[in-house]
Design a protein around this ligand. Sequence first.
Ligand SMILES: *Cc1c(COP(=O)(O)O)cnc(C)c1O
Length: 418
Amino acid sequence: MGDEAQQTDRRVEAFSPEAIRAQFPALDQAVHGKPLVYLDNAATTQKPRMVIDTVREFYERDNANIHRGVHTLSARASERFEGARERIARSLNADSEREIVFVRGVTEAINLLAHSLSADWSAGDEVIVSELEHHANIVPWLMLKERKGIEIKVIPANDQGELEVDALPDLISDRTRLVAVNHVSNALGTVNPVARISEIARERGVPLLVDGAQGLPHGPVDVQALGCDFYACSSHKVFGPSGVGALYARGDWFERLPPFLGGGDMIEEVRFDGIRFAPPPSKFEAGTPNIEGAIGFAAALEWADGLDWLAIERHEQALLERMTDGLSTIEGLSIVGQARHKVPVVSFLVEGAHPHDIGTLLDSMGIAVRTGHHCAMPLMQRFGALTGTARASAAFYNTFDDIDRFVDATKRVRDMLV
Ligand SMILES: *Cc1c(COP(=O)(O)O)cnc(C)c1O
């Protein structure tokens, strides 16, 4: 995303939000008698028919456990699972599929890193996160603070919801073991200057982890261009199945790190007096993985890679502008997070109305938004939004009509509640 040189050769077909939308069966339904307007994409995305068909066909034809069987179905399932890994490596522009480990999602990816990276950390070592983080990139470090006495430092956000990256160099010390930030804030929609953060971290020899949960849904990601050491993503946020994701680790990181979970598939030899671990990526994939999920995830990325991302970026920016302009006309409504570089996510407050009531009334009009703290309580505290916010988050399959219906409904809700 934001990397235009890389996007120019991806224009496979002309972009039409209506044509894209028609590929998503779940979007074509009524809720409380009104056509569904789905604006909760930062929580999870809907799935295109191609992904649904891929998963169904896998169950109908190839389903078997992987890696252990000599029989035909197991060989097919293994081949498709490893093919999915190659596809994901290609989509992220990793050097090798050995840099990709399947996980349950971003949450597990960060827990894996917190466990494995910290094997040689001691009290007083530091992790730098940002004020914009999701709990998935806060809680594992807080748990390490309790267990090992590490320190957590925070890159502050300004009143627009942008990171004050200039504060980073002074936060880094010779005890800093990791910088960990999200690519895009799920709560405010801010796109963070990850390449710049990466430069600063690299100059000081500190590895960088990027929580990419909200990055990948809004454009191709190139881990080489970003310059990060680790990139974590969740399939369900990017039009694929739930319960699966990928962790990218540059070069020989996975060789050097100790494993996270122990069990079958991640070993070469087990004796009661010792173990030898399998080489990565197997070393980090104990137990039966989410095979159909990985295959569906790869299908989703393959499908998305064929889209015209320059046109999508323009469409998403137009959706954002329409949403921002529309909501700004509503009395007593304030938008939390007005960064210059945003994806179409708008968090807002209405004076005198509880976000939960706004969400419930919008639902009765067929409109799905999320309300609450968006798994980012420190960020909500930063903006004084103690009851959380209401958040509308669009994807490229949303249309101007969706946005207009949402804005009109929000106006009516405001008049009902205030
Ligand atoms: C959704 C999300 C996560 C957590 O992803 P899971 O798939 O629930 O593990 C982490 N970070 C951000 C920014 C997210 O949006």
